[in-house]
Design a protein around this ligand. Structure first.
Ligand SMILES: [Cu+2]
Length: 67
């Protein structure tokens, strides 16, 4: 199990965090996700590191790329 925190500057309101959480929950191997408006951070817990690339790709696809 791996935990990773991303900075996602495009987060600007509660809809953003809800969208990110909803979409990342669809990624196979993702166990937990928390998107925070105040810090513009997305923290994920995944089964293994390989899942992180799918998480990063999904963030790009939905318009919230990690920096
Ligand atoms: Cu928003």
């Amino acid at each position: 199990m791996t935990t990773q925190t991303y900075m996602v500057p495009a987060i600007s309101c509660g809809h953003c965090t809800a969208t990110i959480e909803r979409e990342l929950k669809l990624v196979a191997g993702l166990q937990q996700v928390k998107a925070e408006l105040a810090t513009r951070q997305v923290t994920v817990e995944v089964e293994n590191e390989a899942v992180l690339s799918a998480v990063e790709q999904t963030l790009i696809e939905i318009g919230y790329p990690a920096v």
